[in-house]
Design a protein around this ligand. Structure first.
Ligand SMILES: Cc1cc2nc3c(=O)[nH]c(=O)nc-3n(C[C@H](O)[C@H](O)[C@H](O)COP(=O)(O)OP(=O)(O)OC[C@H]3O[C@@H](n4cnc5c(N)ncnc54)[C@H](O)[C@@H]3O)c2cc1C
Length: 504
């Protein structure tokens, strides 16, 4: 059964790679003739780097740009200290979104999938067995039948609309303009945030040009009207209260603070990820990162469903887990957008918030919230251990003579079961229903660990230690919840040594 992914942005590329890694036949279509040269985002955060680490490709991204040990929450003049976050990557990576997409597309090609550019999804009809998708390419329409259709087609998602999925939320109240241009005299525009007479202007240096982001106090009635260079120049001068000359505009666009979320991420055989599932104010610069995290949560669940070994309602857990995270992202980015408004009546709130954010504990809480590092999916198996439901730490492990890590064992994007101890026993994977790779390992840093069951996205499904209270459920129940019940899984038998996992 084939999956079609509509949209080759960060969400679609990551999802397609996850599906391909799991052995699913996947096709990726994008309506553009080629990747857009216009770059929206410029950052990857700690959580994205953690996820890319667990596929063995974080190094490719880290080689591209500088890392800075701070992030932004509401007020650019008070950067958030990221160094105390509980992560291997306590920083923000500066990398153009276009480069992120190129690297993801390269990786996708390595796992055997190429993007069909110039292919636009225009219609769909789903029944109990699949989806009939109409695609326009080269001026002609053709129909293709697939098992599932993933709408990763951005904020104006056609897939979302055609599937009849609601997109409730808050309408835009403020608007901004963005231009990638050259100022005639660079000293005219100081870098960073400037308060003008009628709003704020944010100037970010880029190689060979500057990005100018400014308030648009009076947007036209038709918000979809293209932003012309003369109009941008006029608004810039009005906001600043003086004249700044610009030249060579490369990209001009408008954005708003509207915040909406799909009411269903899964509708029969149609699933949504990334901006197709949620839009929010650009404050905090998290869209690419949330899109990647959606895709990694969805990939293994959709793969197991397509391949026929998913336990009941596994795909629904994608909606449950990521809708909750999406709602938090909307709340957090809206809060930042509101705090960022230069209204004098907000000054006391801003000042108080700034004082609070300066407290180390609060600062770290905000940093982990904004970067998604503290994401904890509601675990189905009740338990108190702080790792349960969270991305497990990238533990350094020994397997006989071999040195490895949690991230390395997760590279094939399969479930991983670790039994800790000094004995060297056979390792294996029980594959009757969706293989679980089992390893017998040592972890000197955490002598208390007994057993750890990880989902392919790296989140902890089960943990037992010598020091914490035993979880209320059983390991077998956790396995059944996430991976189905293998025909002959018996607790404690399927293991192997340093030669890699086997399937039992
Ligand atoms: C000004 C601005 C600055 C931003 N800065 C940042 C930042 O610094 N950091 C950050 O993390 N995020 C940032 N974002 C957000 C980020 O750009 C988005 O959240 C991110 O691109 C979402 O990825 P996606 O894959 O869901 O969608 P998109 O990147 O929008 O990709 C959707 C793809 O679907 C294709 N498509 C659309 N319709 C169809 C169709 N019918 N058939 C086939 N294909 C179709 C499109 O051509 C496109 O390639 C910014 C956004 C804006 C507007």
């Amino acid at each position: 059964m084939k999956v079609m992914v509509a949209g080759a942005g960060p969400a679609g590329l990551m999802l397609a790679a996850e599906l391909a890694l799991a052995g699913v036949e996947v096709t990726v279509v994008d309506r553009l003739p080629r990747r857009s040269p216009f770059c929206r985002g410029f950052t990857l955060n700690a959580r994205s780097l953690e996820l890319l680490d667990r596929r063995g490709i974080a190094g490719r991204f880290l080689a591209e740009g500088p890392v800075v040990p701070y992030g932004m929450f509401a007020d650019p003049s008070r950067p958030l200290d990221l160094t105390a976050m509980d992560t291997d990557h306590p920083y923000t990576l500066g990398i153009a979104q276009t480069r992120v997409e190129e690297l993801l597309e390269q990786w996708l090609a390595e796992v055997g999938v190429t993007v069909s550019w110039g292919h636009e999804v225009t219609d769909l009809a789903q029944d109990g067995d699949g989806v009939e998708v109409t695609v326009r390419a080269g001026g002609r329409h053709h129909r293709q039948r697939v098992g599932y259709l993933a709408g990763c087609d951005g904020s104006r998602s056609v897939v979302r609309k055609l599937a009849g999925i609601g997109f409730p939320g808050t309408a835009a109240t403020t608007f901004g303009l963005l231009a990638d241009v050259e100022p005639v005299d660079p000293t005219d525009l100081p870098f960073g945030m400037t308060d003008g007479e009628h709003g704020t202007v944010f100037v970010i240096p880029r190689p060979g040009y500057v990005r100018i982001v400014l308030d648009e106090p009076a947007p036209p009635a038709d918000r979809d009207e293209p932003v012309r260079p003369a109009y941008f120049q006029q608004v810039l001068n009005e906001v600043l209260g003086r004249t700044v000359e610009l030249r060579d505009p490369r990209w001009l666009t408008r954005f708003s603070d509207s915040a909406r979320q799909a009411d269903r991420y899964v509708a029969g055989r149609v699933v949504l990820a990334g901006d197709a599932a949620h839009i929010h104010p650009p404050a905090g610069a998290v869209g690419v990162n949330v899109a990647l995290a959606d895709a990694v949560n969805l990939g293994w669940k959709l793969a197991a469903t397509v391949l026929g070994h998913a336990p009941d309602s596994l795909l629904d857990s994608y909606h449950r887990e990521r809708h909750e995270v999406g709602a938090r992202v909307l709340r957090t980015t809206r809060a930042q957008a509101i705090l960022g408004r230069r209204l004098p009546e907000l000054d006391p709130v801003r000042e108080l918030f700034g004082e609070l954010a300066g407290l180390p504990q609060v600062g770290t809480y905000l940093a982990e919230l904004a970067t998604g590092v503290s994401t904890r999916y509601d675990p189905k198996i009740p338990g108190e251990h702080p790792w349960l439901g969270r991305l497990a730490p990238n533990l350094k492990l020994a397997m006989g003579e071999r040195r490895t890590s949690v991230a390395e064992l997760l590279r094939p994007a399969r479930p991983v079961f670790l039994r800790f101890g000094d004995r060297v026993l056979p390792t294996g994977a029980d594959g009757a229903n969706g293989a679980v790779d089992s390893y017998h390992v040592r972890c000197p840093e955490h002598p208390e660990l007994e057993e750890l069951l990880l989902r392919p996205d790296g989140h902890t499904a089960w943990i037992s230690t010598t020091t914490d209270p035993q979880p209320a459920g059983t390991l077998a129940a956790a396995r059944a919840t996430w991976f189905g019940v293998p025909a002959h899984f018996s607790h404690g038998t399927a293991e192997q040594t340093d030669s890699g996992p086997t399937v039992t």
